[in-house]
Design a protein around this ligand. Structure first.
Ligand SMILES: [Zn+2]
Ligand SMILES: [Zn+2]
Length: 351
């Protein structure tokens, strides 16, 4: 099968012919239709994350069809079912974190496209217990970015509790998805972009933000919470300064540059800084239940599997017009027929 392989960080992925993986106990073999590219993939390729598997097949927003079912796999998927494979690939179910409902922090967790192979390939295998059924109203391209940008973004959003005035720093893929849910739930949205990025600020206002400005500006009102999706450490004290008493800054990324020091007075009055790590299966179930109700719209830009390096380069350079999605295999004829029945409205919007 074809795979885009990372041999070493800081090198381009190599298109290679590799053996098709065999499903082990409890695993599904999935024919990959699409795989969205995540900022985390950039951090992996750029050597900013430790302990990765090498050589590695990246990709943790995988959409495909079940082709083969391994021994003793749970019966939640049948041959031909559509399946979504997320970042959380396996947990031991047995450590203190797993036993207290925090499998996202599992001591022995394995992560798709990082410590186990992912979806930048024609086929992949995944533990069936960590795979999701996906909402029917989205096609394979539209739904792919929901699997991480959406899902881990949603966990960040949930960490803001009932915050009425919600700030978002960095208005990329995750922010765009989560903003729609926040507005649906009646939150007031304050969006911070790179100073001078008037186009993104205008986008945010059109989406429904009550205010949009540069990250060097203070919000017009103090915020109950702020989520930081940009991997820029100095945004943490900046966001903290704009918080109301008891407010929280939630760092939604896996990697961030160093955070500069700041006066304790900015943290005083029970302000909180927290990070978000990974996801639980419960997050996924909750997220995929709310997404079609909003309905969350995704904006995507597609690439072929062999164009993965181009997608990564353009992501790094900020030159994308939507969430990047690799189209690995065209949907099989029977799947296309099913899609036509749902009559697609226009590209980039859920049906
Ligand atoms: Zn565990
Ligand atoms: Zn991701």
């Amino acid at each position: 099968m074809r795979a885009m392989v990372l041999d070493r960080p800081k090198q381009p992925l190599q298109l290679r012919d590799v053996p098709k993986p065999k499903p082990g106990r409890g695993q599904l073999r999935v024919r990959v239709n699409t795989c969205a590219v995540c900022r985390t993939d950039l951090h992996v390729v750029d050597g900013e994350l430790p302990d990765l598997k090498l050589p590695l097949i990246l990709g943790h927003q995988v959409v495909g069809r079940v082709e083969q079912i391994g021994k003793d796999a749970p019966s939640n998927f049948a041959i031909g079912d559509r399946v979504g494979i997320p970042w959380l690939g396996w947990t031991d179910g047995d450590c203190a974190y797993c036993r207290s409902g925090r499998e996202n922090l599992c001591d022995n967790a394995l992560f798709t496209g990082y410590t186990i192979d992912g979806g930048y390939a024609d086929f992949t295998v995944a533990d069936a217990r960590y795979c999701f059924h996906l909402p029917d109203r989205y096609d394979d391209v539209q739904v792919a970015p929901l699997l991480c940008a959406g899902l881990i973004g949603y966990r960040s959003y949930r960490k803001t509790g009932g915050a009425q005035r919600l700030g978002i720093y960095g208005f990329g893929n995750a922010a765009h998805l989560i903003a729609q849910i926040a507005l649906y739930e009646g939150r007031e949205l304050f969006v911070f972009t790179r100073p001078g990025d008037n186009a993104t600020q205008e986008n945010a206002r059109q989406l429904g933000a009550v205010w949009a400005g540069g990250s060097d500006e203070m919000p017009p009102k103090r915020l109950d919470a702020a989520i930081i999706f940009a991997s820029v450490g100095p945004l943490v004290p900046a966001a903290l300064r704009g918080l109301a008493k008891g407010g929280a800054v939630v760092c939604g990324g896996i990697h961030m540059t160093d955070i500069p020091s700041f006066p304790y007075a900015d943290l005083w009055e029970e302000r909180v800084i927290t990070s978000v790590a990974n996801l639980t299966r419960r997050d996924g179930d909750d997220f995929f239940a709310i997404v079609p109700r909003v309905p969350v719209r995704t904006h995507t830009e597609t690439f072929l599997l062999e164009e993965a390096n181009t997608a990564l380069d353009r992501f790094r350079a900020g030159k994308l017009n939507g969430a990047p999605v690799l189209v690995v295999n065209r949907a099989a004829p029977s799947e296309v027929a099913a899609m036509d029945l749902n009559s697609r409205e226009s590209s980039g919007e859920p049906r």
